[in-house]
Design a protein around this ligand. Structure first.
Ligand code: URA
Length: 211
């Protein structure tokens, strides 16, 4: 597997929050907040390359040159459902971001990932996209989402998840070797139901309290 584009965020605040999320005793409200906060922290790494330009600013006492982000339009693409609180967290730091959504499910008879929803901002082809999902498990939804974005002309795509499996990383890096992947942990692998082991369970159910 080509790990060159895989970035594991080992910051202590991020690792601490992951442990709280792994804990089966963490309830839905806290879990949802942790997902959002962790994504916000992760976006520090995923946005390191944003271009800056110098502007002149008048402080209350002086003029000075200072830097602002310039000419970089972004889109966040949460994969339903787990990506939703991640998009909420990142958009607190980047309020001008536009948000698209992708929903996919795994067809049990074929194992194929099937899209049931995709809606992107009208100017998506002019934007730099960050796909957000809690778990990179089989990689099916991540690969499908990147395919959909490339079909509509997006050239720069990043992928952010909380926990990745080696299988998911293999699938995403081989289908899309141009994508930088940001995660907090790489776990052991998938179980027979395609859940990540040890993982944190079903992220969608834990976020929305549906189980
Ligand atoms: N989706 C989840 O929510 N959890 C997993 O472990 C794998 C996929």
């Amino acid at each position: 597997m080509n790990m060159q584009n895989v970035h594991v965020i080992e910051h202590p605040l991020v690792q601490h929050k992951i442990s709280l999320m792994r804990d089966a005793n963490t309830g839905s409200k806290e879990f949802r907040e942790l997902v959002s906060e962790t994504a916000m922290l992760m976006s520090y790494e995923a946005t390191r390359n944003l271009p800056l330009k110098e502007v002149e600013i008048k402080t209350p006492r002086h003029y000075t040159k200072s830097k602002v982000i310039s000419g970089y339009k972004m889109a966040l693409i949460p994969i339903l459902r787990g990506g939703l609180p991640m998009a909420e967290g990142v958009s607190k730091l980047i309020p001008t971001v536009k948000i698209g959504h992708v929903g996919a499910f795994r067809e049990p008879s074929t194992g194929e990932t099937v899209k049931y929803y995709a809606k992107f901002p009208a100017d998506i082809n002019e934007r730099h996209a960050i796909i957000v999902d809690t778990m990179l498990a089989t990689g099916g939804a991540g690969v499908l989402t990147a395919n959909e974005l490339k079909k509509v002309g997006v050239k720069d795509i990043k992928y952010m998840c909380l926990i990745a499996s080696p299988e998911g990383l293999e699938a995403l890096t081989s289908a899309h070797p141009d994508i930088d992947i940001y995660c907090c942990c790489i776990d052991k692998g998938l179980d027979e139901n395609n859940y990540i082991v040890p993982g944190l369970g079903d992220a969608g159910d834990r976020i929305f309290g549906t189980k």
